[in-house]
Design a protein around this ligand. Structure first.
Ligand code: ATP
Length: 409
């Protein structure tokens, strides 16, 4: 072979990743197999018992699952339903399942379309489900027809169910059998939420149909977080993880509230930082920097679709939090700071009322926190107090990545 056959890129193509051997094991979407799921034996068997009748075509019990972020709710729900589907297949039960992320499909129609398309096999049913153009009722009719013609039983996972607009879709799905919409197919719902207060927003009839079983997933402790990470250690090349990396990442994630997603994010980011440094090992300082990077990434993602006005309101709150020992601030003080920001950015200011609407939307999306309304002295009416859920530096770095807010402006 002559030199002409060599490209300068060859050395890049030939090189191997010095840090990761199987990086996908640390991807958030990755569903680990059973031996990598740690500390959720009780939750797995409780949920399995709850949907057990489905294996023989009976109606699974509708189940509500609560717990803070990263406590394995989605993972356990996906794992148990996948296992049920496989077991049922061997017993000739036509069991199918669908997973809906209610932050993506928030309206009743979007949910029904997604379900109908997910359960349909158009070549068998001859039913089409267009992405738009039909009334919500027409979509429901197609969904019921699809279910009765193809499946004995279906399990629907509604993740982040508190983000759904209105109760109607929950009502329809949880009572489809009783209401005579379905002739043969049985439907079970697994509704997942981070908010226990979600129940307060439900119509009593919907709540009683949905809540046939209810589980709360507790946070992980540092030992469990360590084990979860140890069971993904093979994401890295042998010997590149220094001994203190996993314990430190576990300690950071345990400080939050025992969030496994946070732990795995920190571990993945620490590996990426080590790679960027051309380091041959992942060390403690990579973990420390990764922690902040993971917080900023998460927060930037939450903010990415927010309008500038809403970002200005969060920014105002972060400047207040940075400059004082207090944590919670009334709307009046946030508004004063907000006006200073909109002035300096040369953008229109919303009225205080409209800004408060934005703050409340942000609180609903868990971008910031709001305390219950409190009386502020006699005759002063009541006001909300808002607080950050993240460190002010994290909030500011995330917002300043939007060029409009960068300090140079
Ligand atoms: N017990 C566990 N064993 C192994 N990995 C876990 C465990 N619990 C969670 N994880 C991992 O942590 C990440 C977050 O888990 P999951 O999405 O199930 O959390 P969640 O409780 O549904 O959080 P959210 O409410 O934010 O959706 C996933 O990558 C998952 O694989």
């Amino acid at each position: 072979m002559t030199d002409e056959n060599h490209s300068p890129l060859d050395s890049i193509w030939e090189s191997e990743d010095p840090i990761f051997a199987n990086k996908e094991l640390l991807d958030i979407e990755h569903i680990p197999n059973e031996d990598r799921i740690i500390g959720r034996e009780d939750e797995i068997s409780s949920l399995a018992n709850s949907i057990h009748p489905a294996i023989r075509g009976g109606k699974p019990r509708n189940t509500l699952i609560y717990g803070k972020t990263g406590t394995g709710k989605s993972l356990v729900a996906k794992h148990v339903t996948q296992s049920a589907e496989e077991f049922a297949r061997d017993r000739d039960t036509k069991l199918d399942r669908a997973y809906i992320d209610c932050t993506q499909a928030t309206t009743e129609t979007q949910v029904v379309i997604t379900l109908a398309r997910s359960f349909n096999q158009p070549e068998t049913t001859d039913i089409t489900v267009p992405l738009s153009g039909l009334s919500t009722n027409a979509y429901y009719d197609r969904l019921w027809n699809i279910l009765d013609s193809l499946h004995d039983v279906v399990i629907i996972i509604l993740d982040e169910v508190d983000k759904l607009q209105g109760n109607n879709v929950l009502m329809q799905l949880s009572r489809a059998g009783e209401a005579g919409k379905l002739e043969t197919c049985k439907v079970g719902i697994l509704a997942i939420s981070n908010k226990i207060s979600f129940k307060d927003s439900l119509d009593e009839r919907v709540l009683s149909s949905l809540q046939e079983r209810e589980f709360i997933f507790p946070p992980y402790d540092a030992n469990q977080l360590r084990e979860i990470m140890r069971h993904r250690e093979d994401a890295f090349r042998e010997g590149v993880l220094s001994d203190d990396v996993i314990p430190l990442a576990a300690a950071f994630a345990a400080q939050e509230h025992g969030d496994a997603r946070k732990a795995l994010d920190i571990l993945r980011n620490a590996g990426e930082l080590a790679k960027e440094d051309d380091s041959d090992a992942v060390r403690e300082d990579h973990v420390r920097n990764a922690r902040q990077k993971a917080d900023i990434d998460r927060f930037s993602k939450l903010l990415q679709d927010q309008p500038t006005q809403s970002k200005a309101a969060v920014y105002a709150l972060s400047l207040l939090a940075d400059a004082s020992d207090e944590e919670e601030f009334p709307t009046r003080r946030i508004y004063e700071q907000y006006e200073r920001i909109t002035d300096s950015l040369d953008i229109d200011s919303l009225s205080q009322r409209r800004m408060v609407d934005r703050l409340n939307e942000l609180a609903f999306l868990d971008i910031l926190g709001v305390t219950d309304r409190v009386g502020r002295g006699r005759g002063k009416g009541i006001t909300n107090l808002y607080y950050l859920l993240e460190d002010p530096t994290v909030v500011q770095t995330a917002i300043e990545s939007d060029p409009r807010f960068s300090p140079a402006n």
